[in-house]
Design a protein around this ligand. Structure first.
Ligand SMILES: Nc1ncnc2c1ncn2[C@@H]1O[C@H](COP(=O)(O)OP(=O)(O)OP(=O)(O)O)[C@@H](O)[C@H]1O
Ligand SMILES: [Mg+2]
Length: 268
């Protein structure tokens, strides 16, 4: 695939044209309205706490975690968590463009993988690889078995040699497709799921902010949006807000209903 693929508007990381660069401050801005369910919050907090106690861990000869894999359905906050991690660690986020890494000549894919890991070795960052399954597919599942195994082997090697102050994060919707040997390399695993009623209410509150709304809209909307991802909810609430603004009215349940009918979220 072309190195000058679709994401040309993304900021480029210096010295590596396969990734976008986000300064820590930008990452902080992006995560203002994030809902991190308690279990994942605990995992992230523990991860960050450990990084702040490096010497203590060295004294005990216990390795520091630095590889996180996130899995779960689309629009549930995996990419957002990578931004959050960068923000909390005050590191830049390097978002790898998969279309730029995967090359029709697989030898080049392997060398691209090596390059991005070399970059992270030289400059502390959160290195984030989205749609990770695309390069870390189980060897059995792949048509071009032998060729792809070379990429997977490179990846294994890079993960084994990954050290220093950078963090590696990967996300996938298809954890079953990941190569087992790769899976084992991650010291930290986080599962994402669609929001339940309580999480939906929490997110809708964040989305509503100080936007004027009728009493009960939050509860009604969170019941109405059952089965939606956070990304769906975001689009629907924004649409509903636009309707309210046009009408110069409070946000009402009807706006949510209309927005939902127009947006047609894929539920199930
Ligand atoms: N947990 C969350 N809290 C707040 N907003 C969220 C959350 N999850 C998703 N969103 C909203 O949906 C958008 C998409 O989220 P994100 O990119 O993190 O999803 P994802 O899990 O990485 O999805 P995909 O599997 O499609 O890459 C975000 O920009 C954000 O606005
Ligand atoms: Mg994502």
């Amino acid at each position: 695939m072309s190195k000058n693929g679709s994401n040309t508007r993304l900021p480029r990381a210096k010295g590596i044209d396969m990734a976008a660069y986000y300064a820590a401050k930008e990452c902080t801005r992006k995560v203002k309205r994030m809902v991190l369910p308690p279990r994942n919050r605990q995992i992230v907090e523990e991860f960050i706490a450990i990084l702040g106690m490096k010497e203590k861990f060295e004294r005990h000869d216990v390795p520091i975690p630095n590889k996180v894999v996130m899995f779960g359905p689309p629009g549930t906050g995996k990419t957002l968590t990578a931004f959050y991690m960068a923000s909390r660690l005050e590191l830049p986020l390097i978002l790898v463009r998969l279309d730029a890494i995967i090359h029709s000549h697989l030898g080049e894919t392997a060398s691209n993988v090596r390059k991005i890991f070399e970059y992270a070795k030289a400059s502390p960052c959160v290195l984030f690889l989205d749609e990770f399954d695309a390069i870390a597919r189980t060897r059995e599942n792949n048509d071009e078995v032998k060729e792809m195994a070379r990429v997977v082997n490179t990846l294994l090697q890079c993960l084994d040699e990954f050290e220093g102050d950078s963090i590696f994060m990967a996300a996938t919707n298809l954890e079953a497709e990941l190569d087992n040997a790769i899976w084992r390399r991650f010291d930290t695993k986080m599962t994402y799921s669609l929001p339940d009623q309580a999480r939906r209410e929490q997110y809708i509150s964040l989305m509503l902010g100080d936007f004027e709304h009728e009493d009960g809209v939050r509860e009604q909307a969170s019941a109405r949006l059952t089965g939606c991802s956070y990304a769906d909810m975001e689009q629907i609430i924004l649409k509903a807000k636009r309707k309210a603004i046009i009408e110069d009215s409070l946000l009402r349940e009807q706006h949510i209903d209309e927005a939902m009918a127009e947006y047609q979220p894929k539920i199930g």
